[in-house]
Design a protein around this ligand. Structure first.
Ligand code: GAR
Length: 195
């Protein structure tokens, strides 16, 4: 059974999809806790599933490193097999990544390496791309640059705005995330077996 800590910043639809999947006794992962960098609405999903939550806000710390250290303390005492960034919108400092790598994965709403960063859906629309998608990747020290575990394309429709396109991408993300967690559980997360 893969033990997971999920970090979010927003509505937490990916978190909710994962929590729903864990209701199946055959699903090979459990969520130990959900953390956030702000009082995110998605934390309510964790509350409903009886999963503990924590919030560590950067504004209460003198530096990004000290903030990330506190965030890491909230995670390391749980000793999870995997940390999932599910709409966690802060860039984590190198010290945090070094501490938990390669056991951190991120969900991104584009076909990386296209459209990295915080506005991937908007950037895809602005560029006139006819296709974008979703990616799950291992987090490294860069922004949205780590090894890709899973990707799926989503067609951009002529009538799409940022919201409609993002909602369709999220539906794909939910499935990709669950499939990736199952895959990592089956590999026991041994990096040499991933890829
Ligand atoms: C998701 O689309 C995720 O890919 C994106 O934030 C959304 C969170 O949605 N993450 C990034 O853009 C990271 N660069 P959710 O809170 O409903 O799961």
């Amino acid at each position: 059974m893969l033990s997971v800590v999920v970090l979010i910043s927003g509505s937490g639809s990916n978190l909710l999809a994962l929590l729903q999947a864990t209701k199946n006794p055959l699903f090979p992962a459990k969520v130990l806790a959900v953390g956030s960098d702000k009082p995110a609405p998605g934390l309510e999903h964790a509350d409903l599933y009886g999963v503990p939550t924590f919030v560590v806000e950067e504004k209460h710390f003198a530096s990004r490193d000290s903030w990330a250290e506190k965030l890491g303390e909230n995670i390391s005492h749980l000793d999870p097999d995997l940390i999932i960034l599910a709409g966690f919108m802060k860039v984590l400092p190198k010290s945090f990544v070094a501490k938990f790598s390669p056991r951190i994965i991120n969900i991104h709403p584009a076909l990386l390496p296209n459209f990295p960063g915080a506005h991937a859906v908007r950037d895809a629309l602005t560029s006139g791309a006819r296709e974008t998608g979703a990616t799950v990747h291992i987090v490294d020290e860069g922004v949205d640059t780590g090894p890709i575990l899973a990707q799926e394309a989503v067609t951009v429709l002529p009538a799409d705005d940022e919201n409609t396109l993002h909602e369709r991408i999220k539906l794909v993300e939910h499935k990709l995330l669950i499939d990736t967690v199952k895959f990592l559980a089956s590999k026991q997360l041994e990096p040499s077996k991933v890829g």
